[in-house]
Ligand binder design. Structure first.
Ligand code: GDP
Ligand code: MN
Length: 383
């Protein structure tokens, strides 16, 4: 889950990283009032989950109330790369002497955290990496050992920032590392990290990606979830503990395991259909899980047929079959269902399903045949 800049800044601020005072608002009137309170000049910043807002006209410096009104009006509702601006962050403007880049992320192949620091900030780091890779100082941090101040200081030295920025940068990077670890983030990024003419180092932007798999350790992240406009189907599935991704086709997909779910999407496409979603019910395909999955799928009005693709491993076919029947007795389903059941105890499972088969509930011997059948049914229903 990505955080908006202002959410990232509030998080950074709670760790003592210097950020500018500001207010998040949703209307022009509130924007002007916030700007008047903060004192001019004020930066009006679009809050969207994409980068390059500056270039897209989503970051503007206002010198008075009239300009604050003008920019809040033009930025609220602005479309930045398909993201419509619903919130602006009004921030007291800073004077900038230099712009740097700083981030922590995960280096999977090294099984370590990767810190990146550059004296060339303000532009996209990919561009620096392409044109001037030596301008990025990297540090690998062993997650077990952590980041020592000594190592951090050496890293800052290698990045060749202005010497006036050394102490401030070390202090911020130590805190940024702590945020990264404590928050179970996949990415924390400050671009630009600025040096002011007065010699203060300061985070002028904040990008934070949280690891969704760690959300259970952070009940407070609900606040972010509530604010972000996630696909409603995804939110409903998320609450049931299901891995769901909404797509825009007509065949609903339920599979056990992310790999099988992806293959199911592929095969639906291959036989000329379009998947309505990706739903992985994981290993425990009992009645509750199956009923929850079907509920999520039928809440999508685009669904014309449902393909349940189960390959039992630890999951047993007879339990899956019982789960499907019980789920069907609980959830009303308009769309016809096609089942492919294979793997452990598949024969027992098929026997259980057999007496219940009809036009509405079909079983196919292979994944390919089941996909064809589900796509055909979806096309028939759409015709
Ligand atoms: P991004 O384009 O989405 O990365 O948005 P940023 O928050 O990084 O802002 C883009 C650029 O606007 C920064 O690189 C700065 O050059 C400029 N900017 C942002 N805040 C201020 C500020 O307080 N004062 C000044 N002078 N420039 C700012
Ligand atoms: Mn930025």
């Amino acid at each position: 889950m990505d955080l908006f800049e202002y959410q990232g800044k509030l998080l950074f601020g709670s760790y003592g990283i210097p950020v500018s005072p500001g207010e998040a608002v949703q209307s022009v009137e509130d924007a002007v009032a916030a700007a008047d309170r903060l004192g001019y000049p004020v930066v009006v910043k679009a809050q969207v989950l994409t980068g390059g807002r500056g270039k897209a006209g989503g970051v503007k410096l206002a010198n008075n109330s009239a300009e604050a009104r003008e920019y809040a009006t033009s930025i609220l509702g602005l479309d930045i790369k398909g993201h419509i601006v619903g919130t602006v962050w009004m921030e007291k403007a800073s004077d900038i002497a230099e712009e740097y880049y700083a981030s922590f992320t995960l280096d999977r192949s090294a099984k370590a955290y990767l810190g990146m620091l550059s004296a060339q900030g303000g532009v996209e780091i990919e561009q620096v990496a392409d044109e001037n890779p030596d301008a990025i100082a990297k540090i690998q941090v062993d997650p077990v050992i952590g980041l020592s101040e000594e190592a951090c200081r050496d890293w800052v030295k290698r990045a060749a920032l202005n010497p006036a920025a050394t102490e401030g940068a070390v202090d911020i990077l130590m805190k940024l590392y702590k945020v990264y670890v404590d928050a179970d983030a996949d990415l924390v990024e400050i671009n630009p990290l600025i040096l002011t003419p007065e010699g203060k180092v300061h985070a002028l932007d904040a990008k934070v990606t949280l690891d969704d798999n760690a959300l259970f350790r952070h009940p407070d992240y609900e606040q972010y979830d509530a604010i972000q406009h996630r696909d409603e189907r995804e939110l409903a599935a998320h609450k049931k503990g299901l891995q769901y991704v909404g797509l825009d086709g007509s065949v609903g997909v339920i599979a056990n395991g992310a790999g099988l779910a992806m293959s199911t999407i592929d095969i639906i496409n291959q036989v000329g259909g379009t998947p309505a979603n990706f739903l992985d019910i994981g290993g425990g395909a009992n009645a509750d899980v199956m009923a929850g999955a079907l509920e999520v799928i039928v809440s999508d009005t685009n669904v014309r047929s449902i393909f349940i693709n189960i390959f039992g491993g630890i999951t047993k076919g007879d339990e899956v079959a019982k789960g499907i029947l019980e789920a069907l007795s609980r959830v009303t389903i308009e769309a016809p269902i096609v089942i492919r059941l294979d793997g452990t105890n598949a024969d027992e499972g098929r026997e259980i399903l057999k007496p219940h088969l009809s036009d509405r509930l079909q079983m196919q011997p292979t994944m390919l045949e089941a996909a064809r059948c589900a796509v055909e049914l979806a096309e028939k229903a759409s015709a």
